[in-house]
Design a protein around this ligand. Sequence first.
Ligand SMILES: NC(=O)CC[C@H](N)C(=O)O
Length: 229
Amino acid sequence: MTVAIIRFGGSNCDRDAERALKHLGIDAEIVWHEDGLPEDTTGIVLPGGFSYGDYLRAGAMAARSPIMAEVREAASDGVPVLGVCNGAQIGCESGLTEGAFTTNESARFQCEHVYLRVERDDTPWTAAYEEGEVIEVPIAHGEGRYEIRDERLAELEAEDRILFRYCDANGETGPEVNPNGSKHNVAGVLGDRDTVAVLMPHPERATLPDVGPTDGQGVLRGFETSIDA
Ligand SMILES: NC(=O)CC[C@H](N)C(=O)O
């Protein structure tokens, strides 16, 4: 079982993801996007960074790399796919997930720790938590404000496809605990299947005990789920 971490020009969290996954005993390898998906791929990470300098829109160019057609096909076969930060932007730009991550309300790059409320505990990415649990993970982005048409957001909410929301330490959400102005405090969403998820915060940076909180480990443990799930 090998998780492919796809490196685009300008990815910069690929090695963080590799180290975090290996720390959890999950086999992972960095794959240059032009090389295509390896045969034995059992999971895919779209890592954070600034692919193609965030020109045009963050994630827009990486989403058009030919490997993304392979990623979409693997995702529809049930291979778990996790997009983190720039990877979340690439996920939305490539149609793996709905909505868009756009310029923070502050119009600034924000690098801080945030609290997230786990909205579901029955997905591979959140099975390690309880529904309503609050976890602490870092954010580091300039374009993390989740945006989507109100009607479509209502549908996604009705379909239970919101995975994480920004909240305070007690799990309360609202505008005062919304670091980037995301609609309804959305920090992470699911794709068509629960095996596809994107989120702006960085679980891979909250995994190694030597560098701070380890609340992100549970998200990465989603790759331990069988692809038949
Ligand atoms: N850490 C990241 O992946 C950065 C994401 C993105 N390039 C942004 O600033 O919004």
